[in-house]
Design a protein around this ligand. Sequence first.
Ligand SMILES: Cc1cc2nc3c(=O)[nH]c(=O)nc-3n(C[C@H](O)[C@H](O)[C@H](O)COP(=O)(O)O)c2cc1C
Length: 156
Amino acid sequence: MNILITYYSRTHITEKVALKLKEELNCDLEQIIDKKNRSSFFSYIKSGFEAARKIPADIEETEKNPNEYDLVIIGTPVWSGSMSTPILTYLKQNKDNFNNVAFFCTCGGNEGKTFVNMEELLSKKPLNTLSMNKKDVESSFDSMVTEFAEDIKNNN
Ligand SMILES: Cc1cc2nc3c(=O)[nH]c(=O)nc-3n(C[C@H](O)[C@H](O)[C@H](O)COP(=O)(O)O)c2cc1C
């Protein structure tokens, strides 16, 4: 099966999961690059505001065509109980361009409506989902990611 992992990560937590998944699944990887610098406290607040209001971010053009993959695994940090705005943009841009999708997210404690909103936006049910707490990713997280990767390998 031809798999692509696409992710956005502001502080490398979601990236850590994406890289581990890539290792497990030996597949292609695409990082969503946000054009905005979100490192300041002000931009943190603004990002939360924009996510809550579903205001898409401006992102760099992506390289991989999702339509060429049997499955695209999409990873996002949770922002204001939903997907990050760079991932919102990516999903809007490719809405009708996915064959199958799976989702993963990392959060401070509550994934909120992240997966529900992603599913609604794409009108597509994810084959698998994985939600991880930032603290788990920072300590030991390998078994959860391995299990998610095994599910994907076995069920698809
Ligand atoms: C703007 C913003 C809003 C956030 N909102 C939430 C939230 O609603 N719920 C939650 O559990 N964590 C929230 N977080 C925490 C992140 O989801 C968490 O730290 C995540 O692991 C960061 O991933 P990253 O390093 O890949 O960007 C928020 C973080 C940011 C920057």
